[in-house]
Design a protein around this ligand. Structure first.
Ligand SMILES: Nc1ncnc2c1ncn2[C@@H]1O[C@H](COP(=O)(O)OP(=O)(O)OP(=O)(O)O)[C@@H](O)[C@H]1O
Length: 958
């Protein structure tokens, strides 16, 4: 028999023909076919197991029902439809049944339910009833005990008997067919609704029952239809999400009987997760519409739950998949990194390896590291373990640890306290510089007596190229300290000295920490170059930061911003260099021991050039001493005409120039001889054939050269007699080649121009004998001392035309000085020659060459007065005289600076007589004898003394 479902609600689903007795609701069909038939295990009973048993009362209203029985078999496979044998029975036959208590849920018609029966009497009665072919019982839900909702244990239920059990049973239950009994497990199939009317016997509990029928309903009622469709639709929705339901439905669709509204209501309620009382309510409801409504409520609720379940599942799935993805990516990254590291020949970079590396680095110096630093390191190591390796914080911590562990905590180089050895090293590197050397030797001596050396600040001041930087390096060598140099010229960022805070990206520690890391000892010699050119600073004051760094009182606990732990710099020897001491900030200067290096006189330069510069340059160019000769006269000419500045850097450059040219010359000579040498090694026969007088001459020359070779005197050369002939020949070629370059190159005054070009430096001395109105003064510059002329000339004369013009880029002080000189000169002239009205009637021009060089300072005062007087009196000043000194309006001579530089400059210009202020006598006396040599020096207090010295024995010019 085929039935056709006639509803358009689900479109194509409702026109499908399905076998009678197995009507599958359209919403379930797809699922059934998808799931297939195979998943069922023989002995598996789900809690609710749908049967295809239909209630004939519901479907046809007849008094007979189509039920299945096990036909006397002991154990019938409940899930095997073929095992069920239909039997026809009258309901009246079943008016008294054994009451079975159901603890958890009521049994709905059409559903299987396995239960356990522990009571042997009850079990025996059930087995007996099956044998009598009336395998039916009444299944009734057990009421909760008052106040103990849902807390009945299985044991309590089995203990219930007789009247007690009767009182606890819900009135409405289900007529249940016993399909199988296996041990104490009984499988029931629900059929129709029952109501208990009275108790018949107590043990086992047997009750009288009424069979219940649904109230009559109109199948075509729209509301009923709508409600049932809504139930179906909701079920469909739930089925989409809940896999639990799908299992129920799958089983149900295989055994489902005739589809009716009451069955739909029962199905929905049975498979919903509603609690037992709600299910019991559905069971008790005989009005089909009301029952459907109740079911709809339950399935709607179920749908809500299933939605929540879905979202929970989704969220958890996302979380898990996110975590898994991250885990996988991390693993991949690690694997890639590992491969890369292996490729680079490095160990793994994981945190443990990193920590181990730091600890390994730390181990040898652990004892020497201050405890507070160790504590910080330990804290950072712990932090490193906790941080994510890809985080920026991790990198900051790693770099920080790298610096902390790399510093030479308590590591000192063994200092040299042997004075003679130190002196030897200092002399080896530099000529002269006695002051500096003495100071270093004193420092060593103190260190030796104290047992430890102290950190000190020495400041070497002087013009460029006098060896300030190179003596610093030499001091480090003499003291056996590591050397580190950093220039602070133009430094304006305090962070360069004190480091950046670690919070900044790319933060670095300051120069001092970098120094300690790079030298690897805590007592290096640090040369701070160009300290007089320290910048002004835009963020903080670099001079103050330098103060903290250099001050021996503070630097034992120097705090670098990056390192953030104090470091001890008290053992560091600081050597600063400056060109102009006056430019060093006062608080810094105050803490320094200034040693000035004034510059070199010609004689000193000769020594430096001959013994140091020439030697190092020759070695640098790969020239042997016997290959070159630079005569004394050439060197002197070089110094006098090319390198007249205070230092020797330019001299060094010129010497390098000479030696480079010599090297080229030697190589060219060697290359020119080469083809000739090739002819010499030709086989004898060839030589005999082509032998000419000229070739023989060359051969003879080469043989002569070779015989002069030191190798020939070497007795081991006899041992080589047995060597193969071609080897000897090759060696001969090599020897000949090298010896061919041994020709000596000589540089003297005649060919000096070929090497260094025309003299670039013209003599400072413009006049052999200064003319009237011209006087030589002495000046000091940051490049050393120099001579300068003060020239005065008459512009025009006429009564009342007295005036003074000034030129030569004079500064304010110098201009004032010229005004003073004018006044003093007038007064002196009035005194010496009252008749002379020169100043009153003459317009005078005063000029200080060279015009391109800015000049300032008061020390040319006396020179200006003398120049003006010379012009006014038309008298020459003494030959080879130079003077310096500030003059007051009352003609007093005040002291000046740079005595040594000025003296050296005067000597360079072949000055014979110098006039210095009396106050500078002490400075002059301190000069080395070789600097003072050959000079007639006068010290004066008053201008009248200069007048006498300058104009004595001089003639008026015509
Ligand atoms: N007394 C000396 N003996 C040997 N060599 C010297 C002497 N003085 C200077 N020199 C050489 O002169 C060159 C220049 O010296 P250095 O660079 O130290 O000058 P500096 O005073 O530091 O100049 P700056 O002020 O410009 O830095 C170096 O090669 C150095 O060896």
């Amino acid at each position: 028999m085929l039935k056709v479902l006639t509803s358009c609600r689900f479109g194509p689903y409702f026109r499908r023909q399905v076998p009678s007795g197995d009507i599958v609701p359209p919403f379930l069909r797809g699922l059934s076919s998808q799931r297939g038939q195979n998943g069922r295990s023989k002995h598996f009973y789900p809690r609710f197991f749908c049967s295809d048993a239909s209630d004939p009362v519901d479907s046809s209203g007849a008094e007979t029902a189509r039920v299945e029985s096990a036909a006397g078999e002991e154990a019938v496979e409940a899930n095997s439809p073929s095992a069920i044998v239909p039997t026809v029975f009258k309901p009246e036959d079943c008016l008294t049944v054994i009451a079975l208590p159901l603890p958890h849920r009521p049994l709905f018609p059409g559903f299987y339910m396995p239960i356990y029966v522990k009571d042997p009497k009850l079990l025996a009665a059930l087995v007996e009833s099956r044998k009598r072919q009336a395998p039916y019982a009444g299944a009734f839900l057990l009421k909760d005990e008052q106040g103990t909702e849902g807390s009945d244990s299985e044991k309590n239920i089995h203990d219930l008997k007789g009247k007690d059990l009767f009182d606890r049973l819900h009135e409405v239950g289900t007529l249940a067919q016993i399909t199988s009994i296996q041990g104490d497990q009984i499988v029931l199939i629900g059929h129709r609704r029952l109501r208990i009317t009275e108790m018949v016997s107590e043990d086992p509990l047997t009750v009288k029952i009424d069979h219940l029928k649904e109230k009559p309903f109109d199948k075509d009622d729209d509301i009923l239809k709508a409600t049932s469709f809504e139930v179906i639709s909701t079920l469909r929705d739930v089925l989409k999400t809940s896999s639990l339901w799908r299992d129920h439905v799958q089983t149900y669709t295989q055994h489902i009987g005739e589809f009716t509204y009451p069955r739909l209501a029962d199905f929905g309620a049975a498979i919903s997760g509603a609690n037992k009382l709600q299910c019991q309510q559905v069971l008790e409801e005989l009005d089909v519409h009301k029952r459907l409504k109740l079911t709809l409520e339950l399935v709607k609720k179920e749908m809500e739950i299933s939605k929540i379940q879905e979202s929970i599942a989704k969220a958890i799935e996302e979380k898990i998949s996110g975590e898994q993805r991250r885990y996988l990516l991390n693993e991949q990254l690690k694997a890639i990194k590992k491969a890369r590291f292996l490729e680079l020949g490095l160990e793994t970079d994981d945190k443990t390896a990193l920590s181990a590396k730091f600890r390994e680095r730390l181990e040898p110096k652990k004892e020497k590291i201050p405890s507070h630093v160790l504590q910080v390191i330990e804290e950072e190591l712990t932090k490193l373990q906790l941080l994510e390796a890809s985080s920026s914080e991790f990198n900051v911590t790693r770099n920080y640890l790298d610096w902390l562990t790399a510093l030479p905590w308590g590591e000192y180089s063994d200092e040299n306290f042997v004075v003679t050895q130190a002196q030897k090293i200092l002399d080896e590197d530099h000529y002269g510089l006695t002051d500096v050397k003495e100071r270093i030797l004193e420092f060593i001596a103190v260190g030796k007596l104290r047992g430890t050396s102290q950190g000190k600040i020495i400041c070497l001041s002087g013009p460029p190229g006098v060896g300030k930087t190179s003596i610093g390096r030499s001091i480090a060598r003499a003291l056996n300290r590591k050397f580190y140099r950093f220039s602070v010229g133009g430094l304006s960022d305090v962070a360069e000295i004190k480091g950046h805070r670690r919070t900044y990206i790319g933060a670095m520690p300051g120069k001092m920490v970098q120094c300690l890391k790079s030298v690897g000892t805590a007592n290096p010699l640090v040369l701070i170059d160009e300290i007089d050119k320290l910048g002004r600073g835009h963020a903080g004051d670099p001079a103050s930061a330098m103060l903290e760094l250099l001050d021996p009182e503070q630097n034992a606990n120097f705090l670098d911003h990056y390192l953030d732990v104090p470091i001890d710099l008290s053992k560091v020897l600081f050597v600063c260099t400056a060109n102009v001491v006056e430019m060093i900030p006062n608080p810094l200067l105050d803490r320094m021991e200034v040693i000035s290096i004034a510059g070199y006189i010609t004689d000193e330069k000769m020594h430096i050039a001959r013994d140091y510069l020439e030697k190092t340059t020759r070695e640098a160019c790969g020239i042997k001493p016997e290959q070159v000769e630079v005569t004394d006269s050439a060197l002197l000419a070089l110094i006098e005409n090319y390198c007249r500045e205070a230092g020797v850097r330019n001299l060094q450059k010129q010497i390098e120039k000479i030696y480079r040219k010599i090297a080229l010359q030697l190589v060219r000579q060697g290359e020119n001889i080469e083809p000739v040498v090739a002819q010499v090694v030709q086989p004898d026969e060839e030589k005999a054939e082509s032998g000419t007088v000229s070739i023989q001459t060359v051969e003879a020359e080469i043989v002569t050269t070779v015989s002069h070779s030191p190798d020939d005197q070497n007795p081991t050369s006899f041992d080589r007699s047995g060597a193969p002939e071609d080897t000897l020949e090759a060696e001969k070629v090599q020897e000949s080649e090298s010896n061919s370059t041994v020709e000596k190159v000589s540089v003297d005054t005649s060919n000096l121009v070929d090497y260094v070009g025309k003299p670039v430096f013209h003599a400072e001395r413009i006049y052999d004998q200064t003319p009237v109105g011209v006087v030589m003064g002495l000046a000091w510059t940051s490049m050393g001392g120099s001579t300068l002329y003060v020239e005065t000339s008459l512009v025009e004369q006429g009564e009342g035309k007295g005036a003074l013009n000034l030129t030569g880029q004079l500064g304010e002080v110098m201009k004032e000085s010229a005004q003073i000189a004018n006044t003093v000169a007038r007064a002196v002239l009035l005194e010496k020659d009252p008749e002379n009205q020169f100043f009153a009637n003459s317009k005078v021009h005063l000029h200080v060459p060279a015009g391109a060089t800015p000049k300032d300072g008061p020390s040319a005062g006396c020179t200006m007065i003398t120049s003006l007087l010379s012009l006014s009196m038309n008298k020459l000043v003494k030959k080879d005289l130079a003077m310096t000194g500030e003059v007051t309006l009352t003609r007093k001579i005040l002291p000046i600076g740079g005595v040594k530089e000025k003296t050296i400059a005067a000597r360079r210009s072949d000055v014979k007589t110098i006039i210095f202020p009396s106050a500078n006598r002490r400075d002059f006396d301190e000069l080395a004898p070789n600097v003072k040599e050959g000079l007639e020096v006068h010290f004066v207090d008053d201008y009248s003394q200069i007048y006498d010295l300058a104009f004595e024995d001089t003639q008026k010019t015509q």
